[in-house]
Design a protein around this ligand. Structure first.
Ligand code: ADP
Ligand code: MG
Length: 402
């Protein structure tokens, strides 16, 4: 009798209507519009965005919405249905490392875009916060797409690529969170029924069809609800190690290391102080980028049904590399992945930055509930907090709802 419910994604129009009412309540006028941006899961390609790598994310149906009006003056007023922290300030209050808290993700985008005017906004997020599903990018990108739309910035893919850069700036500089760009690109550039092959070296994004349902598949997200912290020292240590490897190998990023030359590169970094750890970090990055290009080849050239097992094996390989070489998993993520595999997953891996957060499992259609129940039982048996589950259906990128 272990019944498991998947966290639903509310209807965009319903949320937009609610937010419009809430905006009127807060500010005494209807908003100029409502926009929203999705959270994401990364199918494969983890911890390679900051070294020119490849990743393959898709957008979740779970979104963050914002009702917003651009002001004539420099005042900024912000509210969120997920926070008691209300902001009422000026454009000049926004800059590197200020203001503190969630407001930085929203107001930081106006700063990064150089919008010379303030705005009023109310936010409602349906991406679980701090679960590795990128609620932070859903927030910054929802505000970003609203500001872009209202100030006449283009929202074609090139415009969205530029906007993603501004949202990265908001997170890195204003919120002080170290993120590489995967989340913002996914939230802004993905389309329904597809993922994107994001090339973090040249910024290009290619649509990759991902008709899971049509292939008799589904992807279950297991939010372990274990703490994760990107701004923590671990993330910085990984980035520093990767940069050190690139420096030792004389390449701008580890993307330049040909997988066929990996052994030679490993020998080179292995002679340095701390060489054993550098070797592990290097091996993860180079093999992971290679797994992403294999996954993209599988998805582009074939009927998904016929390559599901091979895709699953790549997901498994990714997780093992993140577990043993990059060392960014944790008890909860490993248990989620191991249990999902034992329950019949074609493949499973952590997704997002790691150290907690979420895992994904590639499953045969109709098996999510049973696999979720097995994972829930395993967590209970291990004395861990109950995980939360979501269905990951490739959904649309950021846009206007009302
Ligand atoms: P993730 O992006 O994986 O969800 P982060 O730690 O990067 O985790 O971002 C979570 C933070 O983003 C929250 O602590 C909060 O500051 C901010 N945030 C995201 N969504 C909202 C929201 N709807 N309302 C207020 N703050 C939000
Ligand atoms: Mg985030």
């Amino acid at each position: 009798e272990n019944t498991v419910e998947l966290l639903a994604a509310p209807d965009r129009d319903v949320v937009a209507a609610e937010l419009t009412a809430e905006f009127e309540n807060a500010y005494g006028e209807a908003p100029q519009g409502v926009w929203s941006a999705p959270g994401r899961v990364n199918l494969i390609g983890e911890h390679v965005d900051y070294t020119g790598g490849l990743c393959l994310p898709f957008a979740l149906p779970h979104r963050t919405s914002v009702a917003l009006t651009l002001r004539q003056d420099d005042r900024i007023r912000l509210r969120s249905r997920q926070s008691d922290d209300v902001f009422d300030g000026r454009l000049a209050d926004v800059g590197p490392n200020r203001p503190a808290g969630w407001v930085a993700y929203a107001a930081g985008v106006a700063w990064a875009l150089g919008v010379g005017r303030g705005f009023d906004a109310v936010v409602d997020g349906h991406v679980p916060l701090g679960s590795g599903l990128s609620s932070s990018a859903a927030l910054s990108c929802s505000v970003g797409v609203a500001l872009a739309d209202l100030t006449g910035l283009p929202l074609d893919d090139a415009g969205r690529a530029m906007l993603a850069g501004a949202c990265v700036q908001a997170e890195n500089v204003v919120a002080g969170a170290n993120t590489g760009g995967l989340d913002q690109s996914a939230s802004l550039r993905c389309r329904e029924g597809a993922g994107i092959l994001l090339d973090c070296r040249d910024g290009s994004a290619h649509q990759i069809p991902l008709d899971l349902a049509g292939a008799g598949l589904e992807i279950l997200v297991i939010d372990t609800r274990a703490e994760h912290s990107h701004s923590g020292g671990e993330y910085g240590e990984r980035r520093a190690a990767v940069e050190e490897c690139a420096r030792l190998l004389g390449v701008p990023t580890l993307r330049e290391v040909d997988p066929a030359d990996l052994d030679r590169a490993l020998d080179r970094v292995g002679t340095e102080p701390g060489g054993a750890v550098l070797q592990q970090r290097l091996r993860h990055v180079v093999t992971e980028i290679d797994r992403v290009s294999r996954a993209a080849d599988l998805l582009r050239g074939n009927d998904l049904r016929t390559v599901a097992d091979q895709l699953g094996a790549l997901l498994d390989g990714s997780h093992e590399s993140l577990r043993h070489d990059y060392q960014v998993t944790c008890t909860e993520l490993d248990l989620a992945v191991d249990t999902a595999r034992a329950a019949g997953a074609l493949g499973a891996r952590m997704t997002g930055g790691g150290f907690g957060g979420s895992a994904i499992a590639l499953l045969s259609a109709g098996t999510s509930a049973a696999v979720a129940a097995r994972v829930g039982t395993a967590f209970a048996d291990a004395g861990l907090r109950a995980p939360q589950f979501l269905a990951a259906v490739p959904a649309a990128g950021a846009g206007r709802d009302r």
